[in-house]
Design a protein around this ligand. Structure first.
Ligand code: SF4
Ligand code: SF4
Length: 331
């Protein structure tokens, strides 16, 4: 395994504030905050550049609420960082759409159903679906590449085939990322939305069928253990890069291995990203000594590496774990 001096790409959470209330939001329990200054966030970008980070994705909360987002895109572009954004596009302005185009950035848009009422009930804001669809139209008209982010929960996972058909036919969307539901943030209150192992297999079968029928790129955005999914669905997953080539930075500069967790491994204003990346905590994490025997002896290990490291609700008191779906505790 190659040891990098710093991550190649970073999710930069420019604000914790949001205009929706998604039932699974990992940031859902964070308090509303005053926005950090443009100078503060530019300093974070400088520090990423110094560490030779290649790409920054603006995240949140909802990044379009950050009042200097356009300037941040321009600054990142000027200092040589590739840029992208993940947004609910509930209220994205023309100005931001234009800067996405001008800086050759990609955009991930979070839409969780092709049924307006169902989407609105998931994000808990009436009329949200129509506003997001209006934005999607504008973005596609400008020829900006889009990835749709669909979070699979009990109430929507069976519609994935229909969802893909709808967005391919109406908007010529070519990339769909299926996120898993985790009991973190707002998800702690809605744990009845979590998919069972058999639901996940059913979802994977529908995803595979849709990718063949509509010739789209569709995969899980979060790793799913191959022992749960089955190796016949290997093409639908990518092993997780968190802590290896990717990490998250919060608005105040805290560094986290993965966006889903609240566990902080350093702060970019106190140490360089390179120092944090080479800290004992990160080195221990990458050794995988913490994996259970099931994973250590597993024939799929090379392609899976223990699934998702922060899927376990108990990660609040343990920094990382084997994916809860694996059932290592049963050994
Ligand atoms: S590495 Fe672990 S999580 Fe992945 S397939 Fe093997 S046992 Fe399952
Ligand atoms: S640890 Fe899990 S939630 Fe975090 S980036 Fe990896 S797969 Fe996604």
């Amino acid at each position: 395994m190659i040891n990098l001096k710093a991550p190649l790409y970073v999710n930069f959470e420019v604000t914790n504030n949001c205009n929706l209330k998604c039932k699974f939001c990992y940031a859902g329990e964070r308090k509303a905050e005053n926005f950090y200054s443009l100078e503060h966030h530019k300093e974070i970008l400088d520090r990423l550049r110094e560490a030779d980070v290649f790409e920054v994705n603006f995240f949140g909360g909802e990044p379009t609420l950050y009042p200097y987002l356009k300037e941040l895109f321009e600054y990142a572009y000027d200092i040589g960082l590739f840029t992208g954004i993940v947004s609910n596009c509930y209220n994205i302005s023309e100005k931001i759409i234009d800067v996405i185009k001008e800086t050759d950035s990609g955009i991930g848009i979070s839409i969780h159903s092709c049924n307006p009422e169902k989407h609105d009930s998931i994000v808990q804001v009436k009329g949200a679906w129509f506003k997001t669809i209006e934005s999607l139209k504008k973005i596609r008209e400008k020829g900006i590449p889009v990835t749709l982010n669909f979070t699979a929960i009990k109430s929507n996972y069976r519609e994935i085939y229909e969802y893909i058909k709808f967005f391919v036919e109406k908007f010529d969307v070519q990339n769909i990322a299926v996120n898993r539901f985790f009991e973190s943030g707002s998800g702690k209150k809605y744990n009845d939305l979590a998919l069972s192992k058999s639901d996940i297999k059913e979802l994977a079968e529908l995803m595979k069928k849709a990718s063949q029928d509509f010739k789209v790129n569709i995969s899980f955005a979060d790793m799913v253990p191959l022992c749960v999914l089955g190796k016949e669905y290997k093409d639908l997953v990518h092993k997780c890069n968190a802590g290896f080539s990717f990490c998250a930075i919060t608005p105040n500069g805290d560094v986290k291995i993965c966006p889903t967790t609240e566990m902080v491994v350093g702060n970019i204003f106190k140490e360089s990203l390179t120092e944090i990346w080479n800290s004992e905590t990160l080195k221990e994490f990458r050794k995988f000594d913490w994996l259970c025997d099931k994973c250590k002896k597993c024939p799929y290990f090379k392609d899976c590496e223990g699934g998702c490291y922060f899927s376990d609700p108990r990660t609040n008191d343990r920094i990382y774990n084997v994916d809860y779906l694996v059932g290592c505790e049963d050994e």
